[in-house]
Design a binder for this molecule. Structure first.
Ligand code: MIC
Ligand code: SF4
Length: 651
């Protein structure tokens, strides 16, 4: 039987386990990326683990998320990250150089390598044939120190692409189509691998849009073959030496095959408030729109923005629309500035945002009450824009620019503009002066790591105890995202200060004049009662932010019981010694209510060696059986009291 590309790359990196779907495996990590919102914790933990210098082929620390700098916190983080990167032997991409995923694709990504990033959109690297996986900062810290990354050998979903995209249909529409088929639930433990004749019609940035937003499927990663198009892209980036041709064997067997005919796709949108709430744009025609943004790591490449600039040239925005662009990198912005496209964008009335994450993570540019915001981003979870009750739609840049001109949803094919074909540049503008090379180990000895007062080393988890007497602090429904658990936006600046950030855990469920989740949790913790969170399906979907485990841990949450838990979040819970339990019978979800008292006996024994665990609901006087879906290593990490202690013990 032929091999999939995924398994070919895994095979080359396997350090532990056997490569058969569902089995726990360890893989060697060639490159890591961290960004500032998760990076401070990652580096603080890296330092606490005593792992010395970075041992990967390349580790890059990016500043792209927290750049609004209200108060000293963000800049304190930047200075810490810049100096700790130099001390540890990591590259450092400075604030203003661009969004980690876009810059990594341009300047560092290499086909066939493994990349572990402390950001859920790390699979962007799949656009260049990397096996690029998102993880919590602590897992990335271990990988920076030369440790393996542990995952479940995946099932591989093959997506066969045929045909050609028609004018005004973007590669974003491919992933929106796939989200309409697979949804955001139920894909844990899978990798999506693209193949077929349609692949060669897509440029590297188009492929990267697809693998980037593949994160919303909840899969481990997504990957494209590396072919002549990849070679030309790498050549144009002055990195032709990194090219390696890669593809699946022609007779590769996939666990499931989905065929998408690119010629049949039409413009689509993810409607509020989930990336899988898909409609065609033609179904939305006429809806008034007051804000449009083109940017984020999904759609802010040179070709995306050139298409936008050419469409806007000589035209003015609709007067009721505020339109902004956020170029994905300094390379993109520089090229637009040099060839005059930026002037066309400015002349149309557009606002120019920084090359960074910015409003994708709710830092400014929140839409007005009751209005529609259309974005080329990858997430539209409720409230992520910073406006309560927001209505954010996710579309391609093609659809976005058409709407910006018309002031309402319109099929871009109907605006009477010829589709501007943008050639991939033969040479990108290369200026790596905002990427600092790591100094030699000897020179690094003289570097002082700057630690501003807002940078607080996170507390270690308490060890697991054998009997848990707990209380349900919160019962929530399906598809609770890490944005629900740990809001970002205005609170992002507290990422390096857990006691401060923990105050807003589950903020969206707090009622006015009622004690907050954090107050209730700390109150229980002071009484020695364990906090428990109960949830439905796909708990913890979305980002990789380990604060969604770290801050609840700080508040005394010891157990999460859910119908299903998403991959990265489950790993983060384990890393911070919170026991992830899944209902053996999903209907038992109805047997627990908020405020119920629960008892779990023999927790340690069960975590050590059993696949199930008994939870007694003392309030309702009934028993519930939970599943402990854990690998041997997960069990060891939990029993050690989290990954930090486990790594120290095994160093
Ligand atoms: C996101 O898009 O939600 C983020 C912000 O990039 C997160 C990382 C974080 O919370 O810092 C992600 O995608 O992992
Ligand atoms: Fe940044 Fe948004 Fe991409 Fe997350 S999804 S890395 S916040 S641009």
């Amino acid at each position: 039987m032929g091999k999939t590309l995924t398994y070919k790359i895994l095979e080359k990196h396997l350090t532990q386990g056997s490569l058969s779907a569902g089995e726990p495996i360890g893989i060697r990590i060639d490159q890591t990326l961290t960004q500032d919102a998760t990076g401070t914790t990652a580096f603080l933990l890296f330092e606490s683990m005593g792992l010395g210098r970075v041992k990967t082929q390349k580790s890059v620390s990016y500043i792209d998320h927290n750049m609004s700098q209200f108060g000293p916190e963000n800049h304190n983080d930047h200075l810490y990250l810049q100096t700790v990167a130099a001390k540890s032997g990591a590259y450092h991409s400075r604030a203003g150089n661009g969004i980690c995923h876009q810059v990594h694709l341009e300047r560092f990504g290499e086909p066939g390598k493994t990349l572990l990033g402390s950001d859920s959109h790390t699979p962007t690297g799949g656009g260049i044939g990397m096996l690029a996986i998102g993880a919590g900062g602590m897992d990335v810290a271990v990988a920076m120190g030369g440790g393996a990354f542990y995952l479940t050998a995946p099932k591989v979903i093959g997506v066969e692409l045929v045909g050609n995209l028609k004018p005004w249909v973007g590669s974003k529409d491919i992933i929106l189509k796939l989200l309409s088929i697979l949804s955001t639930k139920g894909n844990v433990g899978c990798v999506v691998e693209y193949f077929g004749d349609g692949v060669k019609t897509l440029s590297v940035p188009q492929r990267a849009t697809v693998t980037n937003m593949g994160a919303e499927l909840g899969v481990t990663t997504s990957v494209f073959p590396s072919d002549e198009t990849t070679r030309l892209f790498l050549d144009a980036q002055g990195r032709g030496d990194s090219y390696l041709a890669l593809s699946a064997d022609p007779d590769a067997e996939y666990d499931r095959i989905i065929k998408i005919d690119l010629s049949e796709l039409e413009p689509m949108a993810a409607c509020p408030s989930s990336p899988d709430n898909i409609k065609t744009v033609s179904e939305l025609v006429g809806k008034k729109v007051n804000q449009v943004v083109v940017g984020s790591c999904t759609n802010s490449s040179y070709t995306d923005l050139m298409m936008v600039a050419r469409t806007l040239k000589g035209r003015k925005l609709h007067p009721m629309v505020e339109f902004a662009i956020a170029p994905g990198s300094r390379q993109v912005l520089n090229m637009l500035a040099e060839n005059g496209a930026l002037a066309d964008i400015i002349a149309s009335g557009a606002r120019i945002l920084e090359s960074g994450c910015g409003c994708c993570i709710g830092q400014g540019y929140s839409p007005a009450d009751g209005t529609i915001s259309v974005r080329t981003f990858n997430r539209n979870f409720a409230g992520r824009t910073g406006t309560k009750g927001d209505m954010a739609y996710l579309v391609s840049p093609e659809t976005a620019v058409a709407i910006a001109l018309k002031g309402e949803f319109v099929d871009p094919r109907e605006i009477g503009v010829d589709y501007p074909l943008v050639e991939m540049p033969k040479h990108f503008l290369i200026d790596d002066s905002m990427i600092e090379q790591p100094p030699s180990e000897e020179d690094a000895q003289n570097i002082e790591v700057l630690r501003g007062p807002t940078i607080v080393v996170p507390e270690s988890p308490q060890d697991l105890c054998d009997t848990i007497n707990g209380k349900v602090l919160l019962k929530c429904g399906d598809k609770i995202t890490t944005d629900h658990i740990m809001p970002a936006g205005a609170f992002l600046k507290y990422r390096s200060n857990v006691p401060e950030y923990a105050k807003v855990v589950f903020n969206c469920f707090n009622e006015e004049d009622e004690p907050t989740f954090a107050d209730r949790a700390l109150n229980l913790k002071a009484k020695g009662v364990a906090g428990i969170v109960v949830a439905g399906d796909s708990y913890g979907q979305g980002s990789s932010r380990e604060h969604a485990a770290l801050c609840p841990m700080y508040l005394g949450v010891r157990v999460v019981i859910a119908k299903t838990i998403e991959r990265i979040h489950k790993a983060n819970l384990i890393n911070f010694a919170i026991v992830p339990i899944e209902f053996a019978d999903p209907d038992d979800y109805d047997k627990i209510e908020a405020h119920d008292k629960l008892e779990i006996i023999s927790l340690l024994d069960s975590v050590r060696s059993s696949d199930s665990i008994k939870v007694v609901n003392k309030t309702k006087e009934c028993e519930i059986i939970g599943k402990l879906n854990l690998s041997k290593r997960d069990r060891e990490v939990l029993v050690s009291g989290g990954l930090l202690k486990y790594t120290r013990n095994n160093a």
